[in-house]
Design a protein around this ligand. Structure first.
Ligand SMILES: [Zn+2]
Ligand SMILES: [Zn+2]
Length: 250
């Protein structure tokens, strides 16, 4: 059994594999202990949460995968963001993705796919734009379910906007009726390497046979890649599974 022990007092926490609903991760609770009980012993530029992360990893700060500048700490995941707050870094990452995809599949082929069209048109035909409460980032959303997810991350969890990309910058390919199709998840959380699909069950009921079959194939594809990335579906604004995942012990 893994146990975290405080360096300064007898406080310890046993890491339990099964997390109860509404419970914060052991890492978070250790961080909170350092923050609340030993603030005066911590380096002046570090809070208790980041200090505990430092004890585990020896990393004093996060660094942006594109520009190497310092990144925000995500207190929900107890990890640093992989991108800084400069929107150009996420943009650059997406452009590199596009170049890779175009090189692999060709522009026309890719733009022929209705799902790719839907996601790529997001810039033009958006349902709305959400501005993060810290004014550091804006996100486009297509449906109220996506907006609700943004509101939940921002207002309820105080999530750093740097640790979210919407839609996901990654494209997955699958075959349906002997034709190649492309799938871009609705959102991606870099620090958790987590792809997210956001939807309503109502929309699922109204789906035709083809989109239902595609949905099953996409779902299986994403689940089969669990050694490469995490995948979760948020249905009807229910964030229980998402909360369990962000508080999961490693
Ligand atoms: Zn202590
Ligand atoms: Zn950057």
């Amino acid at each position: 059994m893994k146990t975290y022990r405080c360096q300064y007092c007898a406080y310890k926490l046993i890491v339990k594999k099964d997390i109860k609903k509404g419970t914060k991760s052991t890492k978070y609770r250790m961080g909170k202990h350092y923050e609340e009980k030993h603030k005066e012993l911590l380096p002046p530029d570090m809070d208790g949460f980041r200090y505990f992360y430092y004890l585990l990893t020896k990393k004093e700060h996060g660094s942006c995968v594109i520009c190497k500048n310092n990144t925000d700490f995500n207190y929900n995941t107890m990890k640093y963001s992989r991108f800084c707050n400069n929107p150009q870094c996420k943009q650059k990452y997406k452009e590199e993705r596009d170049k890779r995809m175009m090189g692999k599949y060709g522009k026309l082929y890719l733009l022929d796919d209705p799902e790719v069209q839907k996601k790529m048109q997001q810039g033009r035909k958006i349902a709305g734009v959400y501005t993060w409460s810290d004014n550091k980032a804006k996100f486009n959303y297509l449906a109220s379910y996506e907006k609700d997810f943004l509101l939940y991350l921002d207002n309820t969890l105080h999530w750093p906007s740097s640790d979210l990309i919407m839609p996901s910058p990654h494209t997955y390919t699958y075959e349906y009726q002997n034709k190649q199709h492309f799938y871009m998840p609705d959102a991606f959380i870099p620090s958790l390497n987590l792809e997210i699909e956001i939807k309503s069950s109502e929309r699922q009921d109204k789906q035709n046979k083809e989109s239902m079959e595609k949905e099953i194939i996409k779902d299986e594809l994403m689940k089969s890649c669990s050694n490469l990335f995490n995948y979760i579906k948020i249905v009807n604004k229910n964030y229980d599974k998402f909360n369990m995942l962000i508080n999961k012990e490693e």
